[in-house]
Design a protein around this ligand. Structure first.
Ligand code: FES
Ligand SMILES: [Fe+2]
Length: 497
């Protein structure tokens, strides 16, 4: 292995080497993982196969060959190999030599991904990749990254809660549970996440991450935004390219909600957030040194437990296996403990009732005290301010409440379609730093809010969670969700008084 790699082999397990739609029937493709070329081909009937590159006859690269019906023809003398790698046809010979076969990789196509089994000893799979639920979820939105680094570092992120604030700007985070069973690990995390990555800069969300790791090639992170009833799923599949370089395949899915348009909007927002937020680790992963015996502090996540679990995937020489590297939490001395307690007391004393605790944004020791914490159930859309007696009072004050600075150069038309006994239509047009509010309907609204007038009144009075109302179909949004989220800043409710 290269000098920088601390591992004795590539890890054993299932690894994604492509997405199913990447290779159509009749196609041949060469990919490069585990420091070798792997030839993928899909037969005319659709069977996918991954074989080693070298034809056992005279060594031609099979990736230059062609699919012929159900077999792959070598480009040199046209020997034909079936999907299992066995030679089934030599155009000029009657008898096929018994050794005429190329090694086929154990392969599965699951949830739109092509997985191969890697074992440093060439042994058969000892477990099967899980099949994730697809019913009720949006189609895969995919991405592939490539960077220097080691696959083990990717899943280590799931237990490394202390990096969440400095790298991902996520507030209080804690590991609620960690279970390891054979090749699988299950981590439950709870955190307060800024809405900025999901285009809601004014919001914070209570997020629960349910992460399942299968070997080192598969991380499935189910995200539940508790205060908005949203469920999305980010699937992260790292795979070694060489000893020091890796690819990461990523997939985003969103649990379908009552309104398909709203689902699509949310799915796109979370996909864009995944594209923007996940790579924040890349400059670190691609330059860090793997510290075999890290010095850990109280407050670090269960890194040592994770690393111990990882050892099963490598082929350790016997003497190294006995001397397993262990990450030990640094024993916290009396001074450290006293400082911590003193800090807590200071923060509690300084904290006004009902206000978020303060703390240095860059002190990982205090990271759980940094971001404002809301209780689950507190909404993303509503703000509790002065009460509105009717929706009319809300509409009547729109122009007066309009915040010109917040609008900037925004040009947009907000349309309300409120139904029920007290139903009415109303719109406000924002242009040139002015807001014009009128009853009725506009021919080309940028954003339309459909809801019963009673529900809308409850929402503006903070009695109904707007995000939840829209995700459950109780209300409908037509247009960009991020514009809806901006409404609080455009028409601050507290200006109503
Ligand atoms: S080298 Fe492949 S058939 Fe001869
Ligand atoms: Fe990270």
């Amino acid at each position: 292995m290269a000098a920088r790699s601390p591992f004795p082999s590539f890890p054993r397990g299932w690894f994604v080497i492509g997405f199913s739609p990447d290779i159509a029937p009749g196609e041949v493709k060469t990919v490069h993982y585990f420091s070798q070329d792997i030839v993928l081909f899909r037969t005319a009937s659709g069977v996918l196969s991954a074989v080693d590159r070298t034809c056992p006859h005279l060594g031609a690269h099979l990736g230059v060959g062609k699919v012929d019906g159900e077999c792959l023809r070598c480009p040199y003398h046209a020997w034909g190999y079936d999907a299992t790698g066995r030679c089934v046809d030599i155009p000029y010979a009657q008898k096929i030599p018994p050794k005429a076969a190329v090694r086929a990789w154990p392969l599965r196509e699951v949830n739109g991904c092509i997985l191969v089994w890697y074992c440093p000893r060439g042994e058969a799979p000892t477990w099967e990749p899980p099949v994730l639920e697809e019913d009720g979820w949006t189609a895969n939105q995919v991405v592939r990254w490539e960077l220097d680094g080691f696959v083990q570092d990717v899943a280590e992120n799931t237990v490394d809660t202390a990096h969440l604030w400095p790298v991902h700007h996520v507030g209080p985070a804690e590991v609620l549970s960690l279970e390891q069973q054979g090749h699988s690990m299950h981590v439950l995390l709870r955190m307060t996440a800024s809405g900025a990555p999901v285009e809601m800069p004014d919001e914070t969300h209570e997020v629960e991450l349910d992460v399942t790791v299968h070997g080192l090639g598969m991380v499935v992170s189910a995200t539940q935004v508790l205060n908005a009833d949203l469920r999305t799923r980010q699937r992260i599949y790292p795979v070694p390219i060489t000893e020091t370089r890796m690819a990461i395949f990523g997939v985003n899915n969103t649990r379908k909600m009552a309104d398909p348009a709203y689902t699509k909007e949310i799915d796109d927002i979370f996909y864009r957030a995944f594209l923007a937020d996940f790579p924040r680790d890349f400059p670190i992963w691609s330059t860090k040194t793997f510290v075999d015996r890290p010095v850990l502090a109280a407050g670090d996540g269960p890194i040592g437990k994770y690393r111990k679990w990882c050892r099963q995937f490598y082929d350790w020489p016997a003497e190294q296996a006995a001397a397993a590297p262990q990450a030990q939490p640094a024993p916290e001395g009396l001074i450290g403990r006293l400082t911590r307690v003193a800090r807590r007391i200071r923060d509690l004393a300084q904290k006004p009732v009902g206000a978020p605790a303060g703390g240095s944004a860059h002190d990982p020791d205090e990271q759980e005290l940094v971001a404002p914490k809301k209780r689950p159930g507190e909404g993303a859309v509503h703000v509790q301010a002065g009460r509105f007696p009717s929706v009319d009072s809300y509409f009547d004050t729109l122009e007066a409440r309009f915040d010109r600075a917040a609008a900037g150069d925004l040009e947009a038309v907000f349309q309300w379609v409120l139904t029920g006994d007290k139903g009415r239509q109303h719109f406000v047009e924002i242009r040139g730093g002015q807001a014009q509010s009128k009853p009725g309907s506009h021919p080309e609204p940028t954003l339309t809010i459909e809801m019963s007038a009673d529900d809308y009144l409850m929402m503006i009075n903070g009695e109904l969670n707007g995000a939840r109302a829209f995700s459950t179909g109780r209300g409908k949004l037509r247009g960009p969700v991020r514009l809806a989220m901006k409404m609080q800043r455009l028409f601050p409710l507290e200006r109503a008084v």
